[in-house]
Design a binder for this molecule. Sequence first.
Ligand code: HEC
Length: 160
Amino acid sequence: MNAHISSLLFLAAIAATVTLHACSRDTAPLGDPVRGRYLVEQVGLCSDCHSPRNERGEFVAERWLEGSALPFQPTVPMPWAAAAPAIKGLPGLSDDQAVHFLVHGELPGGRLPRPPMPQFRFAPQDARDVVAYLRAPIHPAPAPAPTTLPAAANSAPAGR
Ligand code: HEC
């Protein structure tokens, strides 16, 4: 499937999900899943740990963000989680819990994730965008950046 068609399918799937969310939620709506995709795939690089790879070290497209054993270890003793769980769909966390986690770094009950999960401190709107993307039917591959992103996000300022 070419990249253009798959981007269109991705956006259509997101539109359907956002509509469902709007109908089923009575609290603040989640954010923008297209921007969330940018934050997950190009800024937070969540896939580095949360997506499994094949024996050649390449991401397995159809298991994008479905969790993985980590392919690396610390060189000094420290708390450590040897695997990163699935974050596709964010199973096990409510919207509010997931947003709280991304803004404050705390899981339900005040639990903290072990390294190497980064202690992210997303701005609240960014966290809602990330959660909206992870709840959407995720495009099963690290596809090219959506064409609806602002141009500035993809190009360096002139003169660099
Ligand atoms: C460097 C590796 C790494 C990166 C990058 C990373 N994570 Fe994680 N993440 C982990 C590990 C490992 C855990 C499990 C921690 C534990 O078991 O204590 C985890 C746990 C989580 C959890 C908790 C899931 C649960 O139900 O307990 C969420 C949610 C999560 N990560 C989201 C993200 C998001 C969103 C991003 C990108 C913005 C991201 N992670 C980037 C390694 C990573």
